[in-house]
Design a binder for this molecule. Sequence first.
Ligand SMILES: Cc1cc2nc3c(=O)[nH]c(=O)nc-3n(C[C@H](O)[C@H](O)[C@H](O)COP(=O)(O)OP(=O)(O)OC[C@H]3O[C@@H](n4cnc5c(N)ncnc54)[C@H](O)[C@@H]3O)c2cc1C
Length: 284
Amino acid sequence: MTKISDLLAAGPTYSFEFFPPKTDEAARELEKTVSELQPLEPSFVSVTYGAGGSTRDRTRDVVTHIQQDAGITAMAHLTCIAHTRQQLVSLLEEYRAAGIENILALAGDPPADPTVDPGDLRYASELIGLIKGVGNFAIGVAAHPELHPRSGGDRVADRDYLAAKLGQADFAITQFFFEPEPYFRMLDELADRGSDKPVLPGIMPVTNAGQVKRFAELAGAEFPPVLAERFAAVADDPAAVRALGVDIATDLCAELLDYGVPGLHFYTLNRSTASREIYANLGL
Ligand SMILES: Cc1cc2nc3c(=O)[nH]c(=O)nc-3n(C[C@H](O)[C@H](O)[C@H](O)COP(=O)(O)OP(=O)(O)OC[C@H]3O[C@@H](n4cnc5c(N)ncnc54)[C@H](O)[C@@H]3O)c2cc1C
């Protein structure tokens, strides 16, 4: 298969993010989504990992299935908090044996329960070192244009840590954002620190304004008041909310492509329609 670092070197990538389904019905839905997105020839897809290892086997099974059976390069997300080194090494060895070559290295959220063992590693940067010890993976990391939710607002430290982490990795993918300025500013701040690795913008098409506002709060991303007003004006009409969400995401993608981003990474929530409509609008 293929390393994402090589795909990025060859030109813009177009990728989709999924989460591992919990039920048989959700699994069938994801299967349908993957088959609907296949004709778009995604550069790669990625599959999230539940903090603390709650989706360990499901993430592994979905990543392996998509790569081996659908023939799409698949990246596994992996969080290190609340894991032992040995647990992480075992899972990475399984990925290596299955031909998975791309890992998104994440810290994950600290356990809310103080009695849970926090594990052997604390930061994504430590996980990168461990991954390199297991195999020759392409390694991505998370970037937060509007600062990491745990940064405490310390912009300089946040960007210093991000630049150091990205220096050890091959590329980053951002948390979603709705206006491009925070992303452009983050790229400038990384360049000031000598970092020129590709940073893929994460795109979340709004299909349900209330839901996305909640996600944004959790992810430390601002849901801009002007957009909230536009959604409020059509709040009673779900089809109009969806159409507006697709239009807004299309405009954002067009602006990012004009700027020369290394690719676009779509948060799909395991559905294909919004991404397919944006593709069509952009003429991709
Ligand atoms: C594209 C993308 C995909 C994601 N996928 C998942 C997923 O699958 N599963 C999941 O649970 N979460 C996921 N997340 C969320 C992310 O993992 C969370 O924000 C998590 O809480 C932190 O992980 P991190 O890798 O960003 O942390 P880190 O980069 O390790 O940073 C954590 C915090 O510690 C600080 N820090 C870093 N290094 C040091 C240091 N040496 N000393 C002191 N402070 C330091 C950072 O500034 C930051 O505030 C994803 C996020 C993005 C953007």
